[in-house]
Ligand binder design. Structure first.
Ligand SMILES: [Fe+2]
Length: 297
């Protein structure tokens, strides 16, 4: 097996700060090169989040993770997951070194390819790592790709990204906010209460608890244009979480052409991360306890 050769080209802002972006496209998952420490890191993170997410993650996340046969025993093999995924929703996981350039990432999504970082964090990084690693990408993002509606949403998002890339920087900012507040930090209303579906949350012990139980953040209903105007936090937990009623609602929201929406929003100011609007459907108005005054992006 050839060892992947990372090529770092720039750095990109993420929820954990600036991290490298790589040009290397798909690489084969070097599964046999994982050490026992790598498998132990997977096991420790998996077991911890399994406990935290019980009664916090949405049922589709839990059920699909089980359907994949993911266990703490060993880092999953992408080719085995792909057998399940291809039959269910036509998606394929591809191994990557880390973050990809924006357009490359959108093109992969549009083609139902989900890039997964092949390497896992070191034992001393269990609680904090700047770059998305295998645990975030695989544990966090992959289970919901088995859900047909969410799988369609991700592909629609990729197509939207390719289009926005051709429109300009402002359109990309609007679209990035949508990804942030849904795919990474989304909540869903289910019969038994608010539940998590965002990958940035499910892969973080602290935010899994904070987003549902802390009085500090706002929890308000999903609204496409409102989200596209809303700035967010990359250095702290989110000040506002947006709640969808169903994955159908998410998919439906992407049906219109976004071009007129981008034009309309370009005329309007952005909304601060912690602001609550009179038009919001408020599930919980945050107390703003512990919020940093500025620093929204
Ligand atoms: Fe992510």
């Amino acid at each position: 097996m050839t060892a992947p050769k990372p090529q770092r080209v720039e750095r990109q802002q993420t929820d954990k700060g600036y991290v490298p972006v790589y040009t290397t496209a798909a690489v084969e998952q070097p599964w046999s090169s994982y050490s026992s420490a790598d498998h132990a890191t997977w096991a420790a993170l998996f077991e911890r989040q399994r406990d935290v997410l019980k009664d916090r993650a949405c049922r589709e996340f839990i059920e699909n993770q089980q359907r994949f046969g993911m266990t703490p025993d060993a880092i999953p093999r992408f080719d085995e997951l792909n057998e399940v995924l291809a039959k269910a929703t036509g998606w394929t996981l591809i191994g990557v070194e880390g973050l990809l350039p924006e357009l490359t990432f959108f093109e992969h999504l549009a083609n139902r390819h989900f890039p997964v970082t092949w390497w896992i964090r070191k034992p001393e990084q269990i609680d904090y790592i700047a770059e998305p690693d295998l645990f975030h990408d695989l544990f966090g993002h992959v289970p919901l790709l088995l859900n047909p509606m969410f799988a369609d949403y991700m592909a629609a998002y990729g197509r939207g990204g390719v289009k926005a890339h051709g429109i300009g920087a402002e359109a990309l900012v609007d679209l990035t906010r949508l990804y942030w507040y849904t795919v990474e930090f989304g909540l869903i209303k289910q019969d038994d209460g608010l539940r998590i579906y965002g990958s940035g949350i499910v892969s973080s012990k602290g935010e899994s608890i904070h987003c549902l139980e802390s009085p500090a953040p706002n929890r308000v209903g999903f609204d496409l244009k409102r989200i596209m105007q809303t700035r967010y936090r990359i250095d702290t937990y989110q000040k506002t979480y947006f709640v969808i009623d169903s994955f159908e609602q998410l998919m439906e929201a992407t049906r219109p052409d976004f071009r007129p929406i981008y034009a309309e929003l370009a005329e309007q100011p952005s909304i601060a991360a912690g602001e609550v609007l009179a038009s919001d459907r408020v599930f919980h108005r945050g107390t703003s306890e512990g919020w940093a005054k500025d620093g929204d992006v």
